[in-house]
Each structure stands twice: as C-alpha cells, then as structure tokens.
Design a protein around this ligand. Structure first.
Ligand code: AMP
Length: 398
C-alpha cells in the first residue's frame, strides 16, 4: 500500500482536506463549509452531491464525516503516513515547519492572541486529526515562517518600542508558503538556484500580499501584524490612515465594528458596492458599472505602488511573479498594474499576457522589458505535503 500525506487547512468556518501520494500527486480533495452554522455541509471533489453535516457541526465532526466517507468510497484504505497542517500565525517562535508535539501545541496556542480568528481553528483541526489518526507524525506549516528573515527596519512599526518588546507588535507577514513556492518555482523556471534568485512575488487571491525575496529570503512584505495591512483585497481594506479610527469613533463607531468593516465590508466589495469577486467586477466594469472600474483602478494602482516599494529592498531583480486566483487568471489586472510601472522599465507582451504565459514557461514580458514577468500557479497544499513527508521521514519508526 503506497504512503499518502493528508493536508489539512482549517478556516474559521471551513475545512479543506487534500490527499497526496508519495510522488506528491494529489489523489483527492474535499471541503466542508459553513461549519458552526445550521446548514453545514461537505463535498468531495469528483463525487456528485453534498454530504449534510449536523447543524452547528465543528471541525472535528467535519473531519470525522469526511474521513469516513473517504474510507467508504475506498479512497483511503489505510491511515496516511504523514499529516500537514496550515497554521496561520507562528509569531516569532516558528521560523520553519515543525513536527507537532505538546510543546508546539502550547506555542501555537500562545500565538492565538496575534491571530484570534485563525490559530484557534487551526488548533481544533490539529486536535481532531490527532484523535482520528493517533501515532501518525503531524507537521505544522506556518504562513508567517518564511517572513521571519525580515530585517528589523522592515518588520518594526514606528511605535513605542515597548509595544514590540512586551506584546510582539511588529509586522509578521502572511502567505509565506505561497511566496516561498514562488521563489523556488521562479528559480527553477529561470534555470537558477533559489539562493541566487531575487523575486517580487504578488499573491493576488481573495487575500492579497506582495513580498520582496532577496537571494531566496523574504526581506519585505505587505501584510503586517495581521493580514489586514497592505494591498486592496476582496473584502479587506489594506492600508488606511490610522487617524481613521479616531475619526470613526467621533462618528459613534465602536472599535470592533470598525475592525469588522475593514475586514469584511471593505476592499473590492466596499469600493464597488457589489462584489468581492474580481471576475464579476471585470464583467460589471465591462457593462459600464463605474464603481466596479474604480475598484479595479484602486486595486491595480495600490499594487503598482507596492511593486515600486518592494524595489527598495533588492539589489537586483530576476523576476516579478503573479499568482493567486487573480494573479494567475486576470490578464487585465496584470496589464493595468504593469501600465503604471513603465518608468521602472516593466513591459508586458500583450500576446503572452493574454495566454497566461502558458507557451513560454510562464513568461509574459515583452522583449523590451527591463525585467522578466512571470505567471506561476501557486500550490500551498503541495508545499505543506512536501514538508509533512520530509519531517515525518525524520521520525524513527516506532
Ligand atoms: P483565490 O482566493 O486565490 O482563489 O482567488 C479568488 C479570486 O480570483 C476571486 O476574486 C476571483 O474572482 C479571481 N479570479 C479567478 N479567475 C479570474 C479571472 N479569470 N479573472 C479575474 N479574476 C479571477
């Protein structure tokens, strides 16, 4: 029976599972949604229909139901040989993926104050899999770990220093697994080694962030203490003037209400008043809906500004890379963004850009561009699967 690796990704109300074989080929994936609500359900890719879950079902019940369904369908005949978990916040404790033990669980718990919406659900996914698969080595892969190489000048806010010392108030950065994958894939596609490759990596999905990677190492990134800072996102504002909080408190807003609006009702959704979905926004803009075009304009301009800002951390640039649902699929967003960067010498080939670079090893720049520009599909699950099997391989058999 071949070894398999299970990848577990818990969101606040969702659970994603992916099973890989020992060649790291994905065998199956499944998703449970609306956990904690009355209409929770699960779905296995390639299977018809959905699997209802009990009202209010949590991550543990969803895991239980999906694993039972995998077994009943003959899709998982033995326990996986390794399990990898996405964990959002590793604070300053975790610089790389680690095998999970009691101390690691406590440390993830102690980072929960920095990610109250994420780390507790990540922990419940880990606890559920520990109960379901006792004895299988489990690995935590942190969104923040890749950015632990940020220099002080990039991670410190200009705030009272005691806030950093006593409470850990600093920039951590997120999407690290995706940015690390981008760095490695860019090096491979350019025929270089990661340690000699410098990249600006733009991860543009529902959440968006951009990272400067110098010789394989993260040296600046747009997300900060939380994943709210930086670029315009689907529902998140990205950067705003901190003076906004005082202004809004004068208007009668409580801090938690402002927090909710900045996270859930801002970004593309707030600007367009219609949707957080970039594909729908492009269609609306094509039909003359001006607020949707404005949302696209603000998104692209902020992104272009950040690409310029990331240059300050690099001594040379091997490539600008786009990834995530928007970065991989929207030629229009890539073109509108690069259009702002002519002075820096970026130029796209409209032909290659429209074909997502699929005929040119991901490259979409024109021959006159000063820097290569690439489109690379991200694969965070694959990185987690690789890390989980690498670390499981270091465990002595019982
Ligand atoms: P992700 O979070 O990486 O799955 O990315 C989701 C975002 O990608 C959503 O805003 C989608 O509308 C966007 N997206 C996916 N395909 C396209 C496309 N062809 N054009 C524009 N946006 C797209």
């Amino acid at each position: 029976m071949e070894d398999t690796v299970l990848v577990v990704n818990c969101g606040s109300s969702s659970l994603k599972l992916a099973l890989f074989n020992n060649q790291h080929r994905k065998l199956l994936s499944a998703l449970a949604e609306r956990l904690g609500q009355n209409d929770a359900f699960a779905h296995i890719d390639g299977q018809e229909g959905t699997i209802p879950l009990d009202a209010g079902a949590g991550h543990d019940q969803a895991l239980d139901t999906l694993v039972t369904a995998f077994r009943d369908l003959g899709l998982m005949t033995t326990a996986p040989s390794a399990i990898g978990h996405r964990v959002v916040h590793g604070g300053e404790t975790f610089h790389e993926a680690v095998l999970i033990d009691g101390d690691v669980l406590k440390a993830i718990e102690s980072c929960a104050g920095l990610a109250p919406l994420h780390n507790p659900v990540n922990l419940s996914g880990i606890r559920a899999t520990l109960a379901q698969f006792p004895g299988v080595p489990q690995t935590a892969v942190f969104d923040t770990a890749f950015h632990q190489t940020l220099p002080r000048r990039a991670f410190l806010y200009a705030l009272p220093e005691a806030w950093y010392r006593d409470w850990g108030v600093r920039r951590y950065g997120f999407h690290g697994t995706s940015h690390a994958f981008m760095a490695a894939e860019t090096a491979r596609l350019l025929g270089k080694t990661p340690a000699t490759t410098s990249v600006i990596s733009a991860h543009l999905g529902n959440g968006c962030s951009i990272t400067a990677i110098r010789d394989g190492i993260s040296v600046d990134t747009s997300m900060g203490l939380t994943p709210l800072e930086g670029l315009v996102m689907g529902t998140r504002s990205g950067d705003v003037d901190p003076g906004l909080f005082d202004f809004l408190s004068g208007k009668g807003f409580a801090a938690d209400e402002v927090h909710r609006i900045l996270n859930q009702e801002s970004g593309l959704l707030g600007l367009s008043g219609q949707t957080n979905d970039m594909r729908s926004l492009c269609e609306l803009a094509d039909h003359g809906h001006e607020p949707s075009q404005t949302a696209i304009d603000v998104f692209c301009f902020r992104l272009a500004r950040y690409i310029g800002a990331m240059m300050a951390s690099l001594s040379h640039l091997d490539a600008l890379v786009f990834t995530g649902g928007i970065g991989e699929n929207s030629a229009r967003i890539r073109a509108e963004t690069i259009n702002h960067l002519k002075l820096m010498g970026f130029e796209l080939s409209p032909d290659l850009n429209n074909h997502h670079g699929e005929f040119s090893d991901g490259r979409i720049e024109s021959p006159d561009s000063r820097f290569p520009v690439l489109v690379i599909p991200t694969n965070e699950e694959l990185v987690i699967a690789r890390e989980a099997s690498r670390l499981a391989g270091s465990v002595a058999p019982a």
